[in-house]
Design a protein around this ligand. Structure first.
Ligand code: GLU
Length: 297
């Protein structure tokens, strides 16, 4: 059900660990932004990584958010219950000819990259630190692709980023209402040179974050995306997928990250700043003050 203002926000945690102060910051910003414009806040569990996501973390997240005073519209969308939606999106991208099956394992990629780096210049890495995919399957013809799919070897569906970018045209951008890691704001031109051919799904059906998040933002009619600036550069990929799929462009507002005190962003391994730990000695109002007072990056 949509409110009159039709601003739809979402908080989209992955239930693979406990929420920390950085998540609380993001969740509160979403909650407050939705309230301020009479909009709706949706909650989405990004739980497609079946190896790492756990139901008890999900329960803890719901409990932590409720304790913080955050309210959201029902139902909570659990990505693992919508795999058919992502399958349909992947099929569409296959029809557009912008994804291909790629057979190199993580280890083979690391070895190949090390080999190339020994005999030349540094191999490019994306903003997440992953090396660009060094395999050549993007050049396979359809018979070659079919052979790879039927070979029984594990493979992943990768987005042919350059081909996709060509298909959508040269000047894809987004309007940034917050700031990127270098203070970027206003109209941001998508920079695809930062990215290699990212994985969208694995042959076993496991869907990657970029595909599931973009599909869901479209399906849930999300108009406003408020999230940490660790996802600022990924927005170029999300805009690319939106353009390919004919999805509308949401407003983006990236916010600063809370530092672990050593200049790195908080991670789920910073247990002492998990909300669960903080709740034992702080009130929700303290958490808001702690967020204000914490060092930011
Ligand atoms: N599930 C992502 C995370 O926990 C958030 C994705 C997003 O806000 O787009 O980092």
């Amino acid at each position: 059900m949509h409110t009159e203002s039709d601003h739809i926000f979402r908080f989209a945690p992955s239930p693979n660990g406990e929420l920390h102060l950085g998540h609380a910051c993001s969740a509160l910003l979403n909650h407050e932004s939705a309230r301020a414009c009479g909009g709706t806040l949706l909650l989405r569990m990004e739980d497609t990584d079946t190896q790492r996501c756990r139901r008890h973390y999900e329960a803890q997240i719901l409990d932590d958010l409720g304790w913080l005073g955050i309210t959201w519209a029902q139902p909570v969308r659990r990505q693992s219950e919508h795999l058919a939606d992502y399958e349909a999106v992947l099929k569409r991208l296959r029809q557009l000819g912008v994804v291909y099956p790629a057979g190199m394992s993580r280890r083979e990629i690391a070895e190949e990259v090390a080999h190339r780096e020994r005999s030349g210049s540094p191999w490019p890495r994306d903003p997440d630190g992953a090396p660009f995919y060094p395999g050549a399957e993007r050049h396979l013809d359809s018979a070659g692709r079919q052979r790879l799919i039927e070979s029984g070897r594990p493979f992943a569906w990768r987005l042919d980023v350059r081909r996709a970018a060509e298909q959508v045209g040269p000047s894809l951008s987004w309007r940034e209402h917050g700031r990127g890691p270098e203070g970027e704001t206003g109209t941001i031109t998508c920079d695809f040179s930062l990215w290699g051919d990212i994985i969208l799904a694995r042959a076993d059906g496991q869907v990657a974050y970029h595909l599931a998040a973009v599909a869901d933002d479209g399906l849930q009619g999300i108009t406003d995306i408020v999230r940490g600036h660790d996802l600022f550069h990924a927005t170029a990929l999300h805009r690319l997928l939106q353009a390919l799929l004919g999805l509308p462009q949401p407003r983006y507002r990236h916010h600063h990250l809370i530092s672990d005190g050593h200049g790195r962003k908080l991670s789920k391994s910073n247990r002492d700043l998990s909300l669960r730990a903080l709740r034992s000695r702080h009130t929700p109002a303290d958490i808001r003050r702690l967020i204000e007072a914490s060092p930011k990056i």
